[in-house]
Ligand binder design. Sequence first.
Ligand SMILES: *Cc1c(COP(=O)(O)O)cnc(C)c1O
Length: 419
Amino acid sequence: MPMSPEFENRLYPVVAKIAAHYGTPFHIYDEAGIRQTGHTLARAFAGIDGFREYFAVKALPNPRILAIMREMGFGFDCSSIAELELSRRIGARGEEIMFTSNNTAPEEFLEASRDGGCILNLDDISLVPKVPEFPELISFRYNPGPRRTGNAIIGNPVEAKYGLAHDQVIQAYRRAIDRGAHRFGIHTMVVSNERNYRSMVQTVAMLFELIEEVSAAHGIRFEFMNMGGGLGIPYLPEDAPLDLDALAAEVTALFARFREKNGYSPRLYMESGRLMTGPHGALVVTAINRKEIYRTYIGVDACMSALMRPGMYGAYHHITVPAKRSLPPAAPVDVVGSLCENNDKFAIQRDLPAVADGDILVIHDTGAHGHAMGFNYNGRLRPKELLLRTDGSVELIRRAETLEDHFATLRFTADRVAF
Ligand SMILES: *Cc1c(COP(=O)(O)O)cnc(C)c1O
């Protein structure tokens, strides 16, 4: 099921007023829903000592959202300098931040070590000597390769550019120890948008095996394992949600078993983005054109710059027309933006009630990897972001981009150097 009935009940009665006040298009995020998911997650894993969610900043990099995560006691999973800076600007420090970069540049290591540092999660063994000041706490990202199958969005691990190969793991920790590390973690992320909880249970079991191998080789203990993000949400009406309770129960049992066998257990970290905010955001647009050619096209006032997932992954995003919810579906339509790309479609051959110019459409589940993934191709600008607060008020948390923003990096007069 796409966005929750509770979010629908909070949004639909006021969506026309919000649209009239702020103008469409906008993404709107549901604070109550985000908090509820946060509490559900924390409660589900309460049986594991030191469980912590590190919100994947790239899913929804807005300081007002990050502040809510921090209030819930969550840390931040960052993978760029901008994400580190954003997390620190809202007050996160040290081990509240996990930095998981890929193809890491020297500037990124410098930024990671500033302001009290963060948990460094290295993507490759070749990076060990490249870390300028090696931290006492180190983690490596593991890529299981042919041992696991991955899934559609993240790809097959053998072809994925992330992480250490299996036969490099022991050597990687050896080199880290030689550089002075004496506290350890391990990380992996094998799937993306996966609703089959069993695959995450397998991931945790796999990390425990690896921890035992590395611990035996070097006589060390692990402070944490980070099982990654990738917990899926139902985008299609017929999709079943991830069974979080079953996941938590089986993972908690694995932790108990490890503790029995080894006399201690590491903490469990998770870095969910999509699960935390995906269903709690919607893109609100207005229909501006209706075009009848070989198909019927409903043109709306947003495009791929606001939401790439349909064009990029062929992803399904449910769409409703709040004012016409009681009407039966008319003939199928494509809901499109105005970008000069034929994959600039929010929906293809979708059954919607008869949409007329001026109707407000709500595109569901845009709270993660939505606005954040938008791009400016074709000079199309990204829309504003709003936050629907728990008390029913609405906050502007990011204004829309302007042409000034878009032209800010251009030189309209020559800026020439002779070589
Ligand atoms: C993108 C990403 C996540 C978050 O993925 P979700 O599918 O949003 O849960 C977590 N960890 C890493 C390293 C990532 O790259």
